[in-house]
Design a protein around this ligand. Sequence first.
Ligand code: PNS
Length: 165
Amino acid sequence: MKIAIYPGSFDPVTYGHLDIVERGAGLFDKLIVAVAKNPGKEPLFTVEERIEMLKESVKHLPNVEIACFQGLLVDFARSRKANAILRGLRALSDFEYEFQMASVNRKIGNIETVFMMTGNEYAYLSSSAVKEVASLGGCVKGFVPDHVVKMLVEKYKRMNIDFPE
Ligand code: PNS
């Protein structure tokens, strides 16, 4: 059984992430999408909210599981008996960070990272861009699923930012 972990912040999940999940689910017997509880980052959505939005987004994919982890990714991967880490690559600017992370994880965890090129239509997309557009009142309908648009609307409404539905 080939198991892969697709880790990330998913704050929020975008169509770019979901493109990787769909294609990754076709390559592995089981794909575990793992939300990082990263104390170094100040996320917009709580871990529970990010898990909820991911679960809703992948409910049509029977071999995809949503989980969260704290600490080292390689420890989580070992605990779930994963054979590989899956990551998406967009532009060249992703390369240096991903190269370092994959090398460190192989060194400390003896685990391979498999890269998938993000679909061309999502090459420009990032969670940060989605948050910036949404926080300034722009429409993010083509960037994230409708239920995530709703969650962004709610979040920014609570922060008193006018957001078009
Ligand atoms: O979506 P992101 O923010 O690019 O995901 C980064 C993530 C969560 C995959 C990365 O920060 C991570 O693996 N964090 C866990 C801590 C860890 O294992 N660090 C060592 C790798 S250099």
